[in-house]
Design a protein around this ligand. Structure first.
Ligand code: SAM
Length: 300
């Protein structure tokens, strides 16, 4: 165990008492199953002077379950910047503090970033106590590629903005991970169907809880399952989407040009009109596209 670090060196520390006094411990808590709380997390929560919690009533139940009675204060999106000074004073006075959120790892779609950043800038000692996070738990059992993935947080609530964000990720080749609430899951699947089409999607629901379920399929196939069994639309979700298949820019371009021209001709669109459409879609001169289309037609 190492003693007496400065705030900027590597920590290597584990429990209060082994880190310098005045340390902020960022403690992960369960995402459903209380057995997932690590012994190190329990020990840390029991040894700190105060616990900053996203919701003191919610975390109060966890502490009661552990038989702990530690003073708590709230730290949420609306008071986080005001809490910085107060918590910094406690730390300066040598108190250890734990930061917890309602579930999982603080700062991951949860409050804490403003505090951790401000305290780092002030040279305070900050120690993570790792544990569950819904996104890693979901990825670890989904069967989608995990060598590269992008966590994109929550999608916007408004339909147009949601579709716009999905369109931005359309060509992204890494697995995409979103958090989603139960009342929006059907809308999100519809948007995925419209924007991403036939991609494989995995829904991880109620992770570590009694009704933990993994469903996989195309967005439309999943929609059908949720309509058939509305219980599948209940609870908390992690939505994972297979990345775009890798294509070289050249082959992607060549394929889409040829496919469109062939489709236009096959549908009986005239050469002149097809040339105008191609010029609009791919750029270039109408005359050039006209010549290409004539050549394709005479090859048939
Ligand atoms: N800090 C948390 C973490 O580390 O995973 C995430 C907090 S975020 C406010 C809550 C979202 O996480 C939920 O809407 C859901 O998308 C996801 N989530 C949390 N617990 C979950 C669970 N047990 N099963 C599935 N998703 C969960």
């Amino acid at each position: 165990m190492t003693h007496g670090h400065s705030g900027t060196s590597h920590s290597g520390a584990s429990f209060p008492g082994t880190s310098p006094p005045g340390t902020l411990y960022v403690v992960a808590t369960p995402i459903g199953n209380l057995q997932d709380l690590s012994p190190r997390a329990v020990q840390t929560l029991g040894n700190v002077a105060r616990i900053a919690a996203e919701d003191t009533r919610h975390s109060g139940r966890l502490l009661a379950h552990l038989g702990l009675n530690v003073p708590m204060l709230s730290l949420h999106d609306h008071n986080e910047s005001h809490r910085v000074e107060q918590l910094d004073r406690y730390l300066a006075a040598g108190e250890d503090i734990a930061l917890v959120s309602d579930a999982g790892t603080p700062l991951i779609s949860d409050p804490g970033f403003v505090l951790v950043r401000a305290l780092r800038e002030r040279g305070r000692h900050i120690v993570p106590i790792p544990g569950p996070s819904a996104l890693i738990t979901a990825l670890s059992a989904a069967g989608l590629p995990t060598d590269r993935f992008t966590f994109a947080g929550f999608l916007p609530a408004k339909p147009a903005a949601r579709k716009q964000v999905l369109e931005q990720w359309l060509a992204h080749e890494a697995t995409l991970v979103f958090y989603e609430s139960p009342h929006r899951i059907v809308h999100t699947l519809k948007a995925l169907s419209e924007v991403m089409g036939e991609r494989e999607v995995v829904l991880a629901r109620e992770l570590t809880k009694t009704f933990e379920t993994f469903l996989s399929g195309t967005p439309n196939a999943l929609l059908a399952q949720l309509v058939e069994d509305p219980n599948q639309a209940r609870g908390e979700f992690v939505v994972m989407v297979q990345g775009a298949s890798p294509k070289t820019e050249q082959s992607q371009h060549a394929f889409s040009e040829e496919a469109l021209l062939n489709a236009l001709l096959a549908e009986g669109v005239g050469v002149k009109q097809s040339a105008a459409i191609a010029a609009r879609v791919f750029g270039g001169r109408k005359q050039t596209w006209y010549a290409t289309l004539q050549a394709m037609k005479s090859e048939d």
